[in-house]
Write a protein that binds this ligand. Structure first.
Ligand SMILES: [Zn+2]
Ligand SMILES: [Zn+2]
Length: 163
């Protein structure tokens, strides 16, 4: 690799590449983000699929993206979730939206959070008619795990509404 000076400290032999500006960056100046850090997004924005960034790009692009992601996660924890069995008490809620569906998840709590996260990104604060299923999966006859899947309809519930 020739002319691979770090774009931050200018030292040679910087063998990492920033996922935003694609300049070389050395290990000392690079900022790392764990793989899968933004995996709850339905489509992870391209720059957030990288795990290595130079300092300036990290501060400008990634740091605010992490803050936003955490904000959505916080809201997702607070949304109302009504199971299909509760359809009597939620019968007056709007069901205009397409259902949110997650087909593969190895953890039930994560499945619910993923559905809630997508509801929040769509501007909703509740999920109704939620159905959660699980099945035992044994890929290649090796170890067995439980695959969770679920779906629900995102909707907007106002707090003034009494059930
Ligand atoms: Zn450097
Ligand atoms: Zn950069």
């Amino acid at each position: 690799m020739e002319n691979s000076n770090c774009c931050v400290c200018q030292k040679p032999k910087a063998n990492l590449e920033c996922g935003v500006c694609h300049e070389h960056v050395c290990k000392k100046c690079a900022q790392f983000v764990e793989d899968g850090s933004f995996s709850f997004y339905k489509t992870v924005p391209k720059i957030l699929q990288s795990t290595v960034f130079c300092g300036p790009c990290y501060d400008r692009e990634i740091s605010p993206a992490i803050a936003e992601y955490e904000q959505i996660m916080k809201k997702a924890k607070g949304i109302s979730i009504f199971m299909k069995e509760d359809s009597k008490i939620t019968q007056r809620f709007s069901r205009k939206e397409n259902p949110i569906e997650i087909k593969e998840c190895e953890d039930k709590d994560e499945l619910v959070m993923r559905m809630a996260f997508l509801a929040v990104t769509g501007g909703f604060n509740a999920l109704v008619d939620v159905e959660i299923k699980h099945e035992k999966v044994k890929p290649g006859g090796k170890y067995q795990y439980t695959n969770w899947s679920g779906k629900g309809i995102p909707t907007l519930v106002t707090s003034s509404r009494h059930l």
